[in-house]
Design a protein around this ligand. Structure first.
Ligand SMILES: NC(=O)c1ccc[n+]([C@@H]2O[C@H](COP(=O)([O-])OP(=O)(O)OC[C@H]3O[C@@H](n4cnc5c(N)ncnc54)[C@H](O)[C@@H]3O)[C@@H](O)[C@H]2O)c1
Length: 369
């Protein structure tokens, strides 16, 4: 099978039925003008990826609402963005939000909608995430390192804390649930404060997984489980969210990037090895955010590779060149790649029928409407 393009005539492909867009060609430029006037809510927006997205998208005229537990950093970032804003009427705001609290998240979404110049949301980034020292379910950690009397009724061993799952999975599920409720409330008429021409409103949920959502991170079982879970959420939702809610769902899978999330031992283990760069995470996230035609795609962000377009024999393809040296004539650098592309190209009968029924319901609703 040609893996670059989804099969068009395969009766077991539902790619067209779910309206999944074709694989993203990350070597192609994209248009950032669609960011102007979008109202974007970012959880975990006070630091790292979320903060970098906020800076970049605010420069392009997006309205930004940040939610985080790191209040001082969040307020400072908003002060910085307001001071440098070139866009009159631009909404730049921060609100305390612990993503593990349903009440906090609901309040954040309500604030975003009520303050937005368009009274609606266009995009949500589920960015809050943590790693914890000491892995509660790893063979070399957790409660069984301490002597415990398993039969004792008075001092039974405590359950593992599972805080990483609470933030990286429960928090993301809350964000997703609210995004799927609030994004469809934006009507398809657009009059935003930056005088952009009227167009259909975008509805975009950007999930942040990790390479730990694609392959294991030994010693970080809880983090790996949480990021694989985010991929499960993405893979299921990309089949349904567009059909039922008109919401595009995409995901990023970055490799290690030096942000406050990375602890010193982690950085030490990576010493001498290539890391991914924050600017490439911003580039990949911006491509997904700005290109409103991208639906149901996952992008992995790795260290920059030197790439040679390899069409000597008339075929298509690329060759990745070892090493980080100078980019020579005929080469380019690329850090962002399409990944996990083929779920819906051949499905079994349950999925086919389920999606066919959803599609039919959408058509019936559309007809009635
Ligand atoms: N840095 C990396 O190498 C890397 C790689 C792949 C994926 N990721 C993922 O990217 C996302 C962002 O990570 P980052 O590198 O920017 O880290 P970061 O620590 O710089 O930012 C994470 C933000 O989330 C906030 N946060 C933590 N717990 C929260 C809670 N309960 N409620 C609300 N906010 C909370 C933190 O205060 C912080 O501002 C995370 O989901 C992380 O797992 C990071």
């Amino acid at each position: 099978m040609d893996m670059a393009t989804p099969p068009q005539n395969d009766p077991w492909s539902v790619v067209n039925m779910i309206n999944q867009s074709p694989p993203v060609d990350c070597s192609k430029p994209y248009d950032t003008s669609t960011l102007a006037g979008k109202t974007i809510l970012i959880t975990g927006g006070a630091s790292g990826f979320g903060a970098a997205f906020a800076r970049h998208w605010a420069r392009h005229g997006a309205h930004i609402i940040l939610g985080d537990v790191s209040d001082a950093a969040g307020e400072a970032l908003i002060a910085e963005l307001r001071a440098s804003s070139q866009h009159p009427g631009q909404l730049l705001t921060y609100q305390h939000c612990d993503v593990t609290s349903w009440t906090d998240q609901l309040a954040l979404f309500k604030t975003a909608v009520s303050l937005s110049p368009t009274r609606a949301l266009d995009a949500v980034v589920a960015g809050a995430g943590i790693v914890e020292k000491g892995d509660p379910v790893s063979p070399s950690g957790g409660i069984f390192d301490q002597p415990h009397d398993l039969d004792s009724d008075t001092t039974p061993p405590p359950p593992p804390p599972l805080k990483v799952l609470a933030v990286n999975l429960t928090g993301v599920m809350y964000t997703t649930h609210l995004a799927l409720y609030f994004l469809p409330l934006n009507s398809n008429s657009n009059s935003n404060s930056n005088n952009a021409p009227p167009r259909d409103r975008d509805r975009h949920l950007l999930l942040i997984s990790s390479v730990a959502g694609l392959c294991p991170l030994p010693g970080q079982t809880e983090y790996t489980a949480s990021k694989h879970a985010v991929m499960g959420l993405f893979r299921a939702l990309r089949g349904t969210a567009w059909i039922t809610k008109g919401v595009r769902v995409n995901v990023l899978n970055p490799y290690f990037v030096a942000t406050p999330l990375m602890n010193k031992p982690g950085l030490a283990l990576l010493a001498g090895g290539a890391k991914a760069e924050l600017e490439d995470v911003v580039d990949a996230g911006t491509r997904l955010m700005a290109d409103e035609g991208v639906r149901g795609r996952a992008l992995v962000v790795g260290p920059k590779m030197r790439v040679v377009d390899d069409d000597e024999d008339g075929g298509e393809g690329i060759e990745i060149v070892e090493g980080q040296g100078r980019v020579r004539a005929g080469e380019r650098r690329q850090a962002v790649w399409e990944v996990y592309g083929h779920d819906y190209e051949r499905v079994e009968v349950f999925m086919w029928r389920y999606l066919a029924v959803l599609n039919l319901m959408r058509q019936v609703r559309g007809g009635v409407g």
